[in-house]
Write a protein that binds this ligand. Sequence first.
Ligand SMILES: [Mg+2]
Length: 279
Amino acid sequence: MIPGTDPLQGLLDAARAEPGRTLVALDYDGTLAPIVADPEQARPSPGVLDTLDRLAARIGTLAIVTGRPAATVVRLAGLARLHAANLQVRGGYGVERWDAGTGRVTAPPPPPGLAQARERLGGLLAAAQRDWPGVTLEDKGRALAVHTRRAQRPGAAYDALRPLVQALAADLGLRFEPGRLVLEVRAGGVDKGDALRELVAETGARAVVYAGDDLGDSPAFTAVAQLRARPGHVGLRVGVASSEAHLPADLVDVLVDSPAGVLELLDRLATALSAAPER
Ligand SMILES: [Mg+2]
């Protein structure tokens, strides 16, 4: 990035100059789809798919990088309906991969320790129902998520369960990932920053956008900052503000207030690129 330029304008200019080497990577929950009480109902607003289609037709690679299983996000968002062959979903924080071109998910076997965590978290939650009714466990396949959003007192339940889930993760050699009213346990070794670096290496992208709303997106924001320190590379970090996760101000370049703000920004990028030849 040229010092002194507005990061958004810098990205638009770079993407226009080399649309084929532009990568747009997006978190799903809270970024493309509003956070809702039941994670099975997290869907993007109407218009998101059209914009993603329009954008994908103009850039090198479009990716969704999520903690959820790739297949879940493909199903919830209806991504199979898109025309883009250059769309990928990196699930499980990047371990899994779904390609629109093949319609298949590839993934290594689940990490050891996770089966034990599943059993012990089940026991922990059964006991927790007495004090914190409404707390739920989401099995993401490669990660387990304790949600307190539907508890009677979500914040208090979160604070009470946090040390227990963290200790359980440490005990089993798994990674603990606190998020927006969700406490997650998963295998270590891969995060959204690794996923983003892999996408960049694979696609040769020089203009990179990443949008996310939660602390689990921090490694990806950091990866963008590292990438744009390289000559000839431009990066834009888009944060979605929420009352539940306070993204440090220096972690993002642009802060929008909801998934609607992300959509507006993607729409702006697609429009700016509409003069570029279609892929
Ligand atoms: Mg999110």
